[in-house]
Ligand binder design. Structure first.
Ligand code: SF4
Length: 148
């Protein structure tokens, strides 16, 4: 472990009561979108929700996280697996990059298999845009099953 990275996590407000179990487990295991931190030390300096549609907290939360040292903001996997996925996810990603000069990663824990199956049937992620957005959290079937 050498370089220490500070991150903030923003979750979709539909999952506001979530205690972060999957996010923290996958961070510990460096799975899903957190695989980029293998061999690195990571500290979570903020955890909050988007504030509810259309995401009013996105305007403020990253600034507070940045003051606490955040270098990367993760938009949690709920943004891509919700029914429907967040319609603003790419806007939020671009806005946070532009306004706060922070790196943004879409995703946290691996996509659970039960969400993968339904979205596959619905064709939710068939477009090139969505294929790109789910890349960090798609992982493999065995890993997805372990997050069901
Ligand atoms: S769908 Fe998007 S804007 Fe709406 S609550 Fe979820 S993350 Fe926030």
């Amino acid at each position: 472990m050498s370089e220490k990275i500070k991150i903030g996590i923003i979750i979709c407000d539909r999952y506001r009561t979530c205690a972060g179990g999957k996010c923290f487990r996958s961070l510990r295991n460096r799975e899903g979108a957190f695989s980029i931190y293998r061999g690195k030390e990571v500290e979570v300096v903020g955890f909050t929700t988007c504030g509810g549609c259309p995401g009013g907290n996105i305007e403020y939360a990253p600034e507070e996280m940045k003051k606490n040292g955040a270098q990367v903001i993760h938009l949690a996997t709920g943004f891509v697996v919700g029914y429907p996925p967040c319609p603003y996810v790419t806007y939020f990603r671009d806005f946070i990059k532009e306004k706060f000069d922070l790196k943004v990663v879409v995703g946290t824990h691996p996509i659970p298999q039960k969400y993968y199956i339904i979205h596959k049937k619905l064709g939710t992620w068939d477009s090139p845009k969505w294929k790109e957005l789910i890349k960090p959290t798609l992982t493999d079937e065995k890993t997805r099953l372990s997050y069901d």
